[in-house]
Design a protein around this ligand. Structure first.
Ligand code: HEM
Length: 516
C-alpha cells in the first residue's frame, strides 16, 4: 500500500472531515480516522495550511521523528509523493551521530585521539549495536513505567558479561567470554570499561541505568577486592550472571556524604555479627538479594555482606528519577551474619569505602559526561534543522541562543578531556597508586562534571522552553536530564564535599619546602 504514488494535486483533494490526507517528508498519510485520536487535537489537522498539504515543517516543529516510526502511526502511511524522496532518515540503531559534538572526537570522522586503539573501536561498535537492539527498547519502557528490568534483558546483558566488565579489568574477568569473545580478559582495560558506562548512559534514561548496574558496580568491588575467597566463590558468580542482585548500603538518614557518622550497629555474638539499623537511598535495594553494608562496631567501622532475610526489610523511596532504579529504605532488625561475611577487618570499613568511592565517582563522571553530550546533540539537531521558530526566526538566529550553545559545547569537551585523562592514569597505575594519587583528582573531576551538567541542563531547558519541562514529546531527553542531573551531583559524594576533599588531598601533597 505504501508504495503507491500520488501527485501533490491528488493529495490536495483530500482535505476535509472523513477524507483527510497530509504529507510529511514525501510520505502521504491518511489521517481521516486518526484525526479524532490525535493527541494535539483535531482542529490543527483541519487547518488550511495542513489539510491536504505538505506539513513537514510544522510536523517537525512539534514532534520527534520517532512518532512516525511507532507502528500505530507508521501504518497511517498510504503512499509517497511522486518525484519526492525522504530527507529525514532515522539513524540505524547503533550508528554514530554525525551532528558536530554529538560524539567524542575519537569517534568523529577525521579527528584523532591518543587513547583508543582498534580493539576499543571494535568493542565500541559491538557494544553500541548490542545495546541499541537488545536493551534500549526496555530502557525507554522501564524509565517511563518505573517497572523493574525484565530477567530476559538482564540475562542478555550478562551473557555478554557486561556487568563483569563494568567492574573494571582484573581477576574477576578470567575465564569469561567478553562481548562474545571480542576482547580477551587480559586485553580489557579501563577505556573498554569507560565505553560501556558511556554507551549505556547514552540512552538518556538515568533511572534505568542505575536499575541495571547501579547496585552491582558499587556493591561488588569491596567483595572482589577485600572479601575472602570463600565469600567470593559463594556469591560473585550468581551476581555476575544476573541471577542475584547486590546493593551497597552505606548512607543513612543520619549520614550521607559524612559516612563516618552512620548509626547502623554491628554487635559480635559468638561466631556471628548482629546488625541493627537503617540505610537510606540504597540503589537496587528493593530487589537486592545481598547488601554490602557499612556498620559501626565498638572497634571502628566494618563492612559486612548481609543476605536478605526475614530480619531485613526494604521499602521504596520515591526519588525524582525512575522507580526502575529500585531505590530503597532498608531496615536491619537484628540481622545475623556469620563472621565469614566480613569484608576486610574490623576498623577497615572506611578505608574500603574510600577505595570504592574512586571508582564510583569516575563512573558517575563518565555517565554525566555522555548525558551532556546527548543534550548537545539534541540542542544542535533541533537548531540546525530550524525545528524551532520563535519571533518569526529560527531560534539559533538569536545570539543569546548561540552563546548558550557555545557554553554547553565547551563544557562537554572539557569534561571529556578530563575523564579520558583520568582513565589513562587508571590504566597505568596499580590499585594502590590509584588510591593514593587519584582520590583528589577524581573528586574534583566528578564535582566539575556534575556542575557542568547542571549548568548545561539549565541552559538546554531554557532553550527548549515548555518542552524542556514536559516528560515525553520533543523535549523528553532534556526534561529527563534536567530532572536527573542533580543525581550526579549527590550520589557518590556531594559537590561541596568533593571539592573540599580534592583540595585537602592537594594540600597534603605540597612539598614541605615549597614557598612562594
Ligand atoms: C501522521 C501525522 C501525525 C501524527 C502521527 C501525530 C502524532 C502526535 C502525537 C503522538 C502527539 C503527542 C506528543 C508526542 O508524542 O510528540 C502529537 C502532538 C501534537 N501534534 Fe501531532 N501528529 C501528526 C501530525 C500533526 C500535524 C501535521 C500537526 C500540525 C499542526 C500536529 C500538531 C500537533 C500538536 C500541536 C501537538 C501537541 C504538541 C505539544 O503538546 O507540544 N500533528 N501528535
Amino acid at each position: 500500500m505504501a508504495s503507491k504514488q500520488f501527485t501533490l494535486g491528488e493529495v490536495a483533494q483530500h482535505n476535509k472531515e472523513g477524507d483527510l490526507w497530509i504529507v510529511i517528508d514525501s510520505k502521504v498519510y491518511d489521517v481521516s480516522r486518526f484525526v479524532n485520536l490525535h493527541p494535539g487535537g483535531s482542529n490543527v489537522l483541519y487547518a488550511p495550511s495542513v489539510a491536504g498539504k505538505d506539513a513537514t515543517d510544522v510536523f517537525f516543529g512539534l514532534h520527534r521523528l520517532e512518532v512516525l516510526l511507532r507502528p500505530q502511526y507508521a501504518r497511517l502511511q498510504i503512499g509517497t509523493v511522486l518525484g519526492q524522496s525522504e530527507l529525514v532518515k532515522p539513524p540505524a540503531p547503533g550508528t554514530l551521530s554525525l551532528v558536530p559534538y554529538g560524539e567524542p572526537t575519537w569517534l568523529s570522522p577525521g579527528f584523532y585521539s591518543p587513547y583508543y586503539n582498534d580493539s576499543h573501536r571494535r568493542f565500541h561498535k559491538a557494544v553500541r549495536t548490542f545495546l541499541a537492539h537488545e536493551v534500549y527498547p526496555e530502557a525507554t519502557r522501564c524509565e517511563e513505567s518505573g517497572k523493574y528490568i525484565s530477567q530476559e534483558v538482564v540475562d542478555r546483558v550478562c551473557e555478554m558479561n557486561l556487568l563483569a566488565m563494568c567492574l573494571g579489568p582484573g581477576k574477576h574477568l578470567e575465564g569469561l567470554t567478553l562481548m562474545g569473545g571480542l576482547v580477551k580478559p587480559e586485553e580489557f582495560d579501563y577505556f573498554h570499561e569507560l565505553i560501556i558506562h558511556i554507551e549505556i548512559a547514552r540512552f538518556g534514561t538515568r533511572g534505568f541505568v542505575d536499575g541495571l548496574l547501579g547496585g552491582g558496580v558499587i556493591g561488588l568491588p569491596p567483595i572482589l577486592n577485600f572479601g575472602s575467597l570463600d565469600i567470593q566463590a559463594q556469591y560473585v558468580p550468581d551476581i555476575l550472571a544476573g541471577k542475584k542482585y547486590i546493593a551497597l548500603a552505606i548512607t543513612e538518614a543520619f549520614a550521607g556524604s559524612d559516612v563516618a557518622g552512620i548509626q547502623t550497629v554491628a554487635a559480635r555474638d559468638g561466631d556471628e555479627w548482629v546488625v541493627t539499623g537503617t540505610k537510606k537511598w540504597i540503589t537496587n535495594g528493593m530487589f537486592a538479594d545481598y547488601f554490602t553494608t557499612l556498620c559501626q562496631t565498638d572497634q571502628g567501622l566494618l563492612l559486612l555482606l548481609i543476605p536478605r532475610s526475614s530480619t531485613v526489610s526494604t521499602k521504596p523511596i520515591k526519588t525524582s528519577y525512575s522507580a526502575t532504579a529500585g531505590t530503597a529504605y532498608v531496615t536491619f532488625d537484628g540481622a545475623r551474619v556469620p563472621v565469614s561475611h566480613m569484608i576486610g577487618k574490623v576498623g577497615q570499613g572506611l578505608q574500603i569505602i574510600f577505595h570504592n568511592f574512586n571508582r564510583e565517582r569516575w563512573m558517575i563522571a563518565a555517565a554525566s559526561l555522555v548525558a551532556q553530550r546527548l543534550v548537545v546533540e539534541e540542542c544542535l539537531n533541533r537548531e540546525s534543522a530550524n525545528q524551532r521558530i520563535a519571533f518569526k526566526k529560527p531560534l539559533h538566529s538569536q545570539a543569546v541562543i548561540r552563546a548558550k550553545l557555545a557554553l554547553i559545547i565547551e563544557r562537554v569537551e572539557a569534561c571529556q578531556a578530563w575523564v579520558e585523562n583520568i582513565t589513562h592514569q587508571m590504566n597505568n597505575m596499580s590499585h594502590a597508586e590509584q588510591s593514593d594519587k587519584l582520590a583528589g583528582p577524581i573528586a574534583l573531576l566528578k564535582k566539575f562534571v556534575s556542575r557542568s551538567g547542571r549548568e548545561t541542563a539549565q541552559d538546554a531547558t531554557q532553550m527548549f522552553g515548555g518542552r524542556g519541562i514536559t516528560a515525553g514529546g520533543m523535549g523528553k531527553i532534556i526534561e529527563n536530564y534536567h530532572r536527573t542531573a542533580v543525581f550526579d551531583a549527590i550520589l557518590g559524594g556531594t559537590e561541596d564535599v568533593l571539592g573540599d576533599l580534592g583540595v585537602r588531598q592537594a594540600i597534603r601533597k605540597i612539598p614541605k619546602g615549597a614557598r612562594l
